[in-house]
Design a protein around this ligand. Structure first.
Ligand SMILES: Cc1ncc(COP(=O)(O)O)c(C=O)c1O
Length: 391
């Protein structure tokens, strides 16, 4: 069959967005029917549900028992910024960035907090910086998986076991899809709308005993809004880590997260989640290996993400197009697939090189990923002649 013919099989669920991500297979609004709506989140029922999100998340992720996990405002951004504003300034900071979210944390640390002793360690889209440059006497801020470039750290081996600084890790597109090295981390954050396909709302902030110690022994020089405050009278506010959120949460989103966590348990917990995501990456790796036109933005397999899988066009005529025409051609592939209803929201992130970004987290069925590959070839065949006419 020629690549320009419409494939016979379509993905059943076309949701390949990198956030909010596809709901778990079989999800319907009925999953929310037990939500404690119209009730106080401080009532017994509300607090129990919030606490259940914490305990189930900890268990699935294999978080050490001596860590604290809290539900915080502002999704992953809120969780990361709470940590940065509460903990940084005690020592020098190394901030790592290899795509736009890491860049965002650089901006926070350099331009907003204006810390005097900051080193930024960077790499281009599709690469990981030289991790040997990191100085573990300092606090280190990094993203486990760069969602907009599809590059992730391979593991925690590069993080010093005897570090003096804190390892502050934005793991929003990694948690529930990758093995996080808890013994090498001190602050870990994520949101509900990523790997488990929950509703966007709240952030999760996990703290190691060393991170808690920082909260107890260090007071930043700048004022902290109530939304960020984790201590009171020199003590950690334990309630935050038991379900007493700082401000009012959405009990609808809480119910949805509980549904997602129960689904995660039903498919084998973290092991099952990782296996589903790696299987999705494998489908695209098998397809790319045979493709004349598509390649991975992250060429080094060790660092290739299994969640935010970023593709580039390696067909030589594409490289001869102007940057604007490259962006237009990549957008056209994404919009053709959207119009066909086979893949939604797979254009690369606005700051990333032109290409496609396909979510491969656990909520995406591998059979849908397989069905998508034929359509990717179909869409490229549609734009190829237009592209060739321009060079
Ligand atoms: C690595 C990373 N950090 C931060 C964010 C921001 O997350 P949120 O919008 O949940 O605050 C995202 C969102 O995609 C992300 O992928």
């Amino acid at each position: 069959m020629s690549a320009s013919a419409r494939p016979a099989t379509r993905p059943i669920v076309p949701n390949f967005s990198s956030g909010p991500c596809a709901k778990r297979p079989g999800w319907t609004p009925a999953a929310l029917s037990g939500a404690a709506l119209g009730r106080s989140h401080r009532a017994k029922v509300g607090k129990a549900k919030l606490n259940e999100v914490i305990t189930r998340s900890k268990a699935i992720l294999g978080m050490p028992a001596d860590w604290k996990l809290g539900i915080v405002p502002g999704s992953d951004t809120g969780a990361v910024e709470m940590a940065l504003w509460s903990m940084l300034g005690a020592r020098g900071v190394d901030v790592l960035a290899w795509e736009s979210f890491g860049e965002g944390w650089v901006t926070d640390v350099v331009k907003q907090l204006k810390l005097p002793d900051v080193r930024t360690i960077k790499a281009d889209y599709g690469r990981i910086p030289d991790l040997a440059q990191v100085d573990w006497k300092r606090d280190v801020v990094f993203t486990w998986n760069g969602t907009t470039s599809g590059a992730r750290v391979a593991d925690g081996a590069w993080i010093a076991a005897d570090r003096e600084g804190l390892a502050i890790c934005d793991a929003t597109s990694a948690a529930f899809a990758m093995d996080l090295a808890w013994d090498k981390l001190d602050v870990v954050t994520w949101s509900w709308q990523k790997v488990l396909g929950g509703e966007a709302a709240h952030g999760m902030l996990a703290l190691s005993p060393r991170a808690v110690q920082r909260l107890l022994t260090y007071k930043p020089a700048w004022p902290l809004p109530k939304l960020f405050r984790m201590t009171s009278g020199g003590k950690v506010i334990d309630g935050i880590f038991e379900g007493e959120t700082i401000n009012t949460p959405s009990m609808l989103a809480v119910e949805d997260q509980l549904d997602a966590l129960k689904w995660a348990e039903s498919i084998g917990g973290l092991k099952g989640l990782i296996a589903r995501s790696e299987a999705n990456l494998k489908v695209l790796e098998t397809w790319v290996a045979k493709s004349a036109w598509a390649g991975f933005l992250t060429e080094d397999k060790r660092y290739r993400s299994c969640t935010s899988i970023c593709l580039k066009v390696k067909e030589p005529s594409f490289a001869r197009l102007s940057p604007d025409d490259q962006a237009a051609a990549a957008k056209k592939i994404a919009s053709l697939l959207e119009k066909e209803g086979v893949a939604l929201d797979i254009g690369s992130y606005r700051d990333a090189p032109p290409g496609l970004r396909i979510w491969g987290g656990a909520t995406v069925e591998t059979s849908d990923m397989e069905a998508l590959t034929g359509w990717l070839d179909w869409a490229f065949a549609q734009v190829e002649s237009e592209m060739l006419a321009k060079v």
